[in-house]
Structure formats: structure tokens, C-alpha cells
Design a protein around this ligand. Structure first.
Ligand code: C2E
Ligand code: CA
Ligand code: CA
Length: 877
């Protein structure tokens, strides 16, 4: 090689070296070269920046200054091992190494090393790229994917084409697709399944396309076909320019948690809102079928007769429902607590021993291949019903089915127990405890319903009011147990005589009501005649035999009314007519009755007003000695009412009215006060009136304070107990009511005389006469009336007189109108007379005048405490 050549070569080498040096110097990567003693011979600008060491401090020093302090001592060893053995542990590979900067900061760099031999020396060149940021990002990603993998859910990420770009381990484990099967496939391909809701699926597709968030619940299937309920959350990922990049799908399994919970919440909420049992049962089944669409669910209850009745079976064909309804709950169902799976396809022998659920052939015919039934029990263990899952495919229950069954049984028990309690409450609220018949409330509800149906189809019905005659007497004479037994017996006769569809109810007391659907007048007549006859049959009772009879009133729809209230009122009116006619009869309602009822209501109002306005009047009728009509024995006070429009009203009529409308007490008080005040006035004026007799109705004796009231009134007007006589009819005396008896005796004990009115017309119980404090008998007018013509009337009159006299009782003959009657009575030994022959009942003033005109005297020597004064000079009247 010549000098020129040499020079050329030398300058070429220099150029090359410089180029190399400058290239190294300007390289993006850090470059460090070390010599055979591991001393740094080259460190470029990037390396200076990476380590923070300026090159004049680094050149010539051992390269270990650039490695983290804990590696420094072993660093030469690494390099020398390579240098000596050539075993390539560091050269040719790229790895990440920690960098410790001069200021102590730690960084990461990706390092590759090349080994060169120059002049027999082995040199190493290290190229390093700062990867601290990438490494941090990688770490972040690693942590993130760990989070995803351990999130308990399945996470998948799709691209804008809806194809899967990422699945976490949850996804692969739970759904059974490994990532190679999943990646690249459209996600909807994996989510689709037999009962997946296509609409929900479409909604997810739309949201994914539009990059919108979405949250929904959907049923889909694992790779092996296991149904899964998932809660699906869909969220978009966008880049910095807000362009849609990916969709993140988070799927959480709610099959065993949320879905049964949902079922439970819905059913409990419905129960809390007091929805109807059948509606809730339906919802329970529907919801269970929604969760497990492969099932047909049936909830059945045990009815009163111990048979099953489907409460809800929304997707069971009617043929199967018909089989279930009325099916006897066999001992098997009652005692079998464990699940019985009947699987037609697989376990033929178990089918035989399975519950007596619908026979297998029919189920199979309907495409139901397996049936799983469990009894529903109340907390006290009683059987309430059954829950059945019928499966469209053969197989044993899945975990989901088991969970659903568990929840279903729990809810079913709550529901049926609630129903049982409701039934008990209904029984209390709608049935009469004594007879077990529907009560007034239920009757009205049923009447309303029947009338409602009837309005639609133009049908008809009859409503009958049945009222037992003289029931009060039964209670009073034989006691309440007898009354109850009688009512029960009659209720049974009512039941026996009813046709299917008839409604029978007890309205309270001795009143019953019947609704006879599709019944015209003649049918109703025939029915009720039969009932009358049935009720007339004697009822045996411990103390003897009762002879009941009834009064029946009938109203017809549509003729007599279209609404319940009107029909009830009209049937009631008709019943009163039957009662007024003497009982043991039936009456159909007619318009006249209604008019009469209205008149009666008007009259009642008028009577109340008259009482309030003192518009009533007491008339007085003398009772005199039969031998000398001028000798006054006593006076009977008789009430009079002159109606402003109708004139004089028969006392028998308004007294009954007062009795029926609860006015009797007030009326009696008024009469008593009037009479006492009048007698007091007469006494003060010296009028010799021995006593006044007042009439008291039976009802007055039910008030124990009556004797006190009488005495108070007498004293108020300066009178004594013997100034008053109380007239009562035998009906009062016949009762065995201890209150009435006590009142009667208390009156006697106070010294007020009792007079038995209308004697001889009623029961004339002779034993009563000496048991009770009776001083006087009033021979009824009917005997007096016939005394001239009828030997029989005469004989009876004689008998009454003899009884009275032998018991030391005064006998007064009522209604004496003729002299002949007086003679007969006198001959028979009757000492006291009352009647038109002597004087009619008169107003007080007329009575006074009568006393004066007739020069009336008194028989007894009473101290009238006021001196007699001539009538003409009396003050006041
Ligand atoms: P009573 O107690 O049997 O009253 C006697 C009835 O006979 C009275 O009828 C009287 O007017 C009538 N009378 C009297 N003498 C004769 C006669 O010679 N011939 C005929 N044919 N009748 C005669 P009245 O006033 O219509 O009373 C009817 C009933 O009303 C009474 O029957 C009595 O039970 C009841 N009554 C009247 N006033 C009262 C009262 O203040 N309170 C109660 N609870 N009942 C009363
Ligand atoms: Ca009387
Ligand atoms: Ca009488």
C-alpha cells in the first residue's frame, strides 16, 4: 500500500470513525462502550441524559457505576464470565434493566448488548432505550386485567364491528368459551339462546352500535346450554377525539341471587298491597316461568274437602288443570317432604311411585316430560297446597330449578297461609257464628252481584224475608239455649229446602233471608210454601217440644224493585204483613204495602212531634160499684191522640206504633206525669178520686227502674203508692225473664196495686195469679158483650169471678154497656163495673163535671189530705 493509498485508507478510516462516533453521539438510544477492563470508553449524549452522569466524570471509570448499587459488586463478574466463557447470557438479547441515575432516581431501560473484538480486546457496547413509561403502562395494564379477571363477572370488549377483542378469565370460565373461540366472533352469537329475549338482544346491538351505555337483565346460555340470568352493563370507550373505539361488556351472574330475589320482592310487594290471592299466585307462576322458561309452573291449594285446586297454572293446558282440580290429596302428597322427581324418560319405575300428580301419559301428550312437585306447608306443618314444576324436557331439576322451588315454596306458604287467615276472617266477617249461614253483609254483597248480573241478561229473582213467629216468647219461656237450638234447627231446614244456587242468610235475631235466582212468583210461592211446612215441624227440645212457625214476605225482581235496598225493604214490608195477619203465612209485596209503610213512617214522625209538643191527652173513665153506680171505685186513664189532619187515632194503633218505634218509654213517662199531676190537682181541690189506673205495656217492665220511676212521679205530686194502679196484660206475666219478674214484684212491694187487664182472653194461667202480687182482675169486654146470650160466656164469667174472689182479688167488668149486662154481672157477684153504661172515657174537665153532676161518692175512707170544696168554685178549669 503506497503512502497515498495509506493516507487514503487513513482518511477513510478517520471518516468512518467520525461518522460512527457522531452517529453514536446523536443516537436516540443511550450507547455505552466499555473496554476489556470494563472501563467506560464511550458514553453518548442520550446515555448522559439517561444516567445524569456527564461524560468527563464517566469516561475511564468502571461501568458498574452505571448499575444499581446492589448489583455493583457482582457486575464485573457477570461481564468477565461472558468474556471468558463466551456463554451468551447478555449478548444478543434485549432485556429490561433497572437504571440508577446519578441523583438516585430509578428508571427502566430496554438494553441490548453487542460484543466486538478489536485488536484482540473484547469490548462491549450497550444500547439502552428508556422504557420507564411503557413499563409503568404495562404494569397498569397487568393490574387492570387482574382486576377484570377477578371481578367475579365476565368482561368482554368488542370493537366497533361488534366482534370480541378481549375476554377476561371470568368470561372463559363461566361461559365455557376459551378466548380463541371467543375472539373475533360477533358477541351476539355467543349471547343467543333458546329463550333469550330477542328484543333485549337487539337493544344491546343498537346500544353497541351507537356507543351508548345500557344496563339490562337477560337470559342466555353457556356453551354447554346452561341457562344463565345475567345483569349486563354496556359502556362505550372513546378516544381523545371522542370517536367510539370499543364497547366494554360486563356480565354478572344473577341466576341464583337476583332472580329469585326479584321473584320474592314482587310477590311480597303484591302481598303487602293486599292483592288478591289468585292474582299473586298467577304472578308467582309467571315470574318463575320467566326466570326458567323451560318450566310450566303450577300452584295448587288444598280446598275444604281435602282436594287440590289450581290457584294458578298460567301455561298448563286446560286438560292438565282439569286433572289437578279436585284431585284428592293422597297420603303420599301429604307426607312426602322430600322432592319427588318423576321423569318419564329416564326413570320409568319412579313414575309409578311418584306423587299422584296428573297421570303421566297426559303430561307426555302435552309435551311435559318431567314433573317435580313439593308440598306447601304452613308454619305449623299443615298441608296448604303444592307447587309443581313441569318440565318440557326430561331431566332432573337444575340448581336454578331447585333455588326457584325453594323460593316458590316459601312464598307459596306465605301466600296460602295468608289466604287461610283471610278465610278465617272472612268466615268471621261474613258468616253467622250460630248457624254458619252467610250473614247480612255477605247476603247484601251476593244480592248486589246477582242483581248486577241480572241487569245484563234480563233475568229475574225472588227475595224472601223469613221471620220466626213468637221467638221472643221461646227465649223468655225456655231460655236462650232453647232459642239457639231452635234457630240452628230452622237454619238446617232452610239449607235442606234450598235449591243449588239459592242464597240463604241469617240477618240476626230470628230473621232469615233467601235469594232465589231465576224464580218467578209461582215458583217462589211453591218454594216458600214448602219452607213454611218444613218450619212447622215440631222441634224437640230437652224440656219439651217447640212448635215454630214463620212469617214470610217475598219481593220479586224486576217487578218490585231493581236494587238491593228496595227489594229488601219490600220483602220486609211483605213479611210484616204476614206477621200482622197472625203469622204462619206468606205474603207477596204489593204497592199498597209500600204506601202503608210510608203512611206509617209519617204517622210515627207525627207521634214524635205530638209527644214533644204535649199534643196528646189523657181521658178518664170511671169504675163504679155494681150496686150503686154513684159510688166511685177508681178511674182508668186512657190515652188519646187527635191528629191534626186525620183526627182521632185509635189508641190500639198508635200504642203499637209507639211500641215498634221505640217511643213507648217516653210515652209512658208522659202519661204517668200527666195522670199524677191531674190526680194531685183533683186531690188539692178536694175531689174524692180513690185512685187512677194507668196501662203499662209489656216492654215497660224490661226496665228495672220502672218502680222507682212510678214512686218518684207520685211523690212529685204529693201522692202515695196506693193512689196508683198499674194495669198489665197477661203477656207480661207470662214471661220468665228474670228482669221482668223482678220489676213486677218490686212494684207490688212498693205498695202499688197490679191489675190484670183483659183477663180471660190470653193464657189465663191460674198458677200465675197466686204467684204474682195481683190485686185486681179485669174481666174482658168480650165476656160482658156475650153475657146475655151466651151461657158459655156466663159460665166463664162466673168462673173468673170465683177465682178472683177466692184469691181475694177485686174483679172489674170492662165494657159494660147495658143495664141487662149490669144485672147479670151483679147477680154473678161482680162488684165493680166500667163501661159506657156508666160513662165513656172523658177529658179531665168533663170527668170533673160528670163527678159533680152524678153526685159521685167514694167507697173507701181515704185521707185525701185536701178538703173537699164545691166544684163550681174550683180554680183553674
Ligand atoms: P184497655 O186497657 O182494655 O182499655 C179499655 C178500652 O175499652 C178503652 O179503649 C176504652 O175506651 C174501651 N171501653 C171502655 N168502655 C167501653 C164500652 O162500654 N164499650 C166498648 N166497646 N169499649 C169500651 P181505648 O181507649 O180505645 O184503648 C184501647 C187500648 O189501648 C186499651 O185497652 C189499652 O190497652 C191501650 N191504652 C190506652 N191508653 C194507654 C196508655 O196510656 N198506655 C198503654 N200502654 N196502653 C194504653
Ligand atoms: Ca186497661
Ligand atoms: Ca181491657
Amino acid at each position: 500500500m503506497d503512502a497515498g493509498q495509506t493516507q487514503g485508507v487513513a482518511s477513510g478510516e478517520r471518516l468512518y470513525k467520525e461518522t460512527l462516533e457522531q452517529t453514536l453521539e446523536q443516537a436516540v438510544d443511550a450507547v455505552v462502550v466499555i473496554d476489556q477492563d470494563n472501563r467506560i470508553t464511550l458514553i453518548n449524549a442520550a446515555a448522559e441524559a439517561l444516567w445524569g452522569w456527564p461524560r468527563d466524570l464517566a469516561l475511564g471509570r468502571n461501568v458498574s457505576m452505571l448499575v444499581p448499587s446492589e448489583l455493583r459488586s457482582r457486575h464485573d463478574g457477570y461481564i468477565n464470565a461472558n468474556r471468558d466463557t463466551g456463554v451468551d447470557r447478555i449478548v444478543g438479547t434485549s432485556r429490561e434493566v433497572p437504571i440508577q441515575r446519578r441523583d438516585g432516581q430509578l428508571r427502566w431501560a430496554s438494553m441490548s448488548i453487542s460484543r466486538v473484538r478489536v485488536d484482540g480486546q473484547v469490548l462491549y457496547t450497550a444500547f439502552l432505550k428508556d422504557v420507564t413509561a411503557q413499563r409503568a403502562e404495562r404494569e397498569r395494564m397487568r393490574l387492570l386485567s387482574q382486576v377484570a379477571d377477578h371481578s367475579g363477572g365476565a368482561i368482554t370488549i368488542t370493537g366497533t364491528d361488534q366482534r370480541i377483542v378481549y375476554v377476561n378469565s371470568g368470561f372463559t370460565q363461566w361461559l365455557g368459551y376459551d378466548s380463541s373461540e371467543a375472539l373475533g366472533r360477533p358477541i351476539q352469537d355467543l349471547l343467543r339462546g333458546a329463550h333469550t329475549d330477542a328484543l333485549v338482544l337487539e337493544a344491546t346491538r343498537q346500544a353497541a352500535m351507537a356507543g351508548e351505555s345500557l344496563r339490562t337483565e337477560v337470559l342466555f346460555y353457556s356453551k354447554s346450554g346452561r341457562p344463565l340470568w345475567i345483569s349486563l352493563t354496556l359502556n362505550p370507550v372513546r378516544d381523545t377525539q371522542d370517536r367510539l373505539q370499543n364497547m366494554v361488556w360486563v356480565l354478572i351472574d344473577i341466576t341464583h341471587t337476583k332472580m329469585p330475589e326479584l321473584l320474592q320482592t314482587q310477590v311480597l310487594a303484591a302481598m303487602a298491597h293486599d292483592q288478591a290471592t289468585a292474582a299473586i299466585a298467577h304472578m308467582l307462576c309467571m315470574q318463575a316461568e320467566h326466570i326458567a322458561p323451560e318450566l310450566a309452573v303450577c300452584l295448587a291449594t288444598v280446598d275444604g274437602e281435602g282436594g287440590l285446586r289450581t290457584l294458578a297454572a298460567p301455561s298448563l293446558p286446560p286438560e292438565i288443570r282439569a286433572l289437578i282440580d279436585g284431585m284428592a290429596v293422597g297420603a303420599e302428597l301429604a307426607c312426602r317432604d322430600t322432592a319427588a322427581t318423576c321423569n318419564a324418560a329416564l326413570q320409568a319405575d319412579e313414575v309409578e311411585s311418584a306423587l299422584r300428580w296428573p297421570s303421566n301419559e297426559i303430561c307426555l301428550g302435552q309435551g311435559l316430560h318431567a314433573c317435580w312437585t313439593r308440598p306447601i306447608r304452613a308454619s305449623d306443618g299443615t298441608l296448604l297446597g303444592a307447587l309443581a314444576f313441569l318440565h318440557r324436557e326430561p331431566g332432573t331439576p337444575t340448581a336454578l330449578h331447585q333455588r326457584l322451588m325453594e323460593v316458590g315454596l316459601h312464598l307459596g306458604a306465605l301466600l296460602l297461609e295468608r289466604e287461610r287467615e283471610r278465610e278465617q276472617i272472612r268466615q268471621l266477617a261474613y258468616y253467622d257464628a250460630l248457624t254458619g249461614l252467610p250473614n247480612r253483609r255477605l247476603l247484601l254483597a251476593q244480592l248486589e252481584r246477582l242483581l248486577h248480573d241480572l241487569r245484563g241478561d234480563g233475568g229475574r229473582l225472588a227475595l224472601a224475608f223469613v221471620d220466626l213467629d213468637r221467638f221472643k216468647q221461646v227465649n223468655d219461656t225456655h231460655g236462650h239455649p232453647a232459642g239457639d237450638a231452635l234457630l240452628r234447627a230452622l237454619a238446617q231446614r232452610l239449607r235442606d229446602s234450598a235449591r243449588p244456587g239459592d242464597v240463604i242468610a241469617r240477618m240476626g235475631g230470628d230473621e232469615f233471608v233467601l235469594i232465589l235466582p231465576s224464580c218467578d212468583a209461582s215458583q217462589a210461592n211453591a218454594c216458600m210454601e214448602r219452607l213454611l211446612a218444613a218450619w212447622r215441624e215440631p222441634v224437640a227440645w230437652a224440656d219439651g217440644t217447640l212448635h215454630p212457625s214463620a212469617s214470610i214476605g217475598i219481593a220479586l225482581c224486576p217487578e218490585d224493585g231493581l236494587d238491593a235496598r228496595q227489594l229488601m225493604r219490600h220483602a220486609d214490608l211483605a213479611m210484616y204483613q204476614a206477621k200482622a195477619a197472625g203469622g204462619n203465612s206468606l205474603r207477596f209485596y204489593n204497592a199498597t204495602m209500600n204506601q202503608r209503610a210510608q203512611e206509617r213512617a209519617q204517622l210515627e214522625a207525627d207521634l214524635r212531634r205530638a209527644l214533644r209538643d204535649d199534643a196528646l191527652e189523657v181521658h178518664y173513665q170511671p169504675q163504679v160499684d155494681s150496686r150503686d153506680l154513684q159510688v166511685l171505685h177508681g178511674v182508668e186513664a186512657l190515652l188519646r191522640w187527635t191528629h191534626p189532619r186525620q183526627g182521632s187515632i185509635d189508641p190500639a194503633r198508635f200504642i203499637t206504633l209507639a211500641e215498634e218505634s221505640g217511643l213507648m218509654r217516653e210515652l209512658t213517662r208522659w202519661v204517668l206525669n200527666q195522670v199524677c199531676s191531674q190526680l194531685g190537682l183533683w186531690r188539692r181541690r178536694g175531689l174524692a178520686i180513690p185512685h187512677v189506673a194507668i196501662n203499662l205495656s209489656a216492654s215497660c217492665f224490661h226496665h228495672p227502674d220502672l218502680p222507682e220511676q212510678l214512686i218518684r212521679s207520685l211523690h212529685q205530686h204529693g201522692l202515695q203508692a196506693n193512689d196508683l194502679v198499674v194495669e198489665v196484660t197477661e203477656s207480661v206475666m207470662l214471661t220468665h225473664d228474670p228482669v221482668v219478674m223482678a220489676t213486677v214484684h218490686a212494684i207490688g212491694e212498693r205498695g202499688i196495686a197490679l191489675s190484670l187487664d183483659d183477663f180471660g182472653t190470653g193464657y189465663s194461667s191460674l198458677s200465675l195469679l197466686h204467684r204474682l202480687p195481683i190485686q185486681e182482675l179485669k174481666l174482658d169486654r168480650s165476656f160482658v158483650l156475650d153475657i146475655e146470650e151466651s151461657p158459655r160466656a156466663r159460665a166463664l164469667t162466673d168462673a173468673v169471678l170465683r177465682i178472683g174472689h177466692s184469691l181475694g182479688q177485686q174483679v172489674i167488668a170492662e165494657g159494660v154497656e147495658t143495664e141487662a149486662q149490669r144485672r147479670h154481672l151483679l147477680d154473678s157477684g161482680c162488684t165493680t163495673l166500667q163501661g159506657y153504661l156508666i160513662a165513656p172515657p172523658m177529658p179531665a174537665l168533663a170527668f170533673e163535671r160528670w163527678v159533680g153532676e152524678k153526685s159521685v161518692r167514694t167507697a173507701c175512707n181515704k185521707d185525701y189530705n185536701v178538703q173537699a170544696r164545691p166544684l163550681e168554685k174550683q180554680d183553674g178549669r
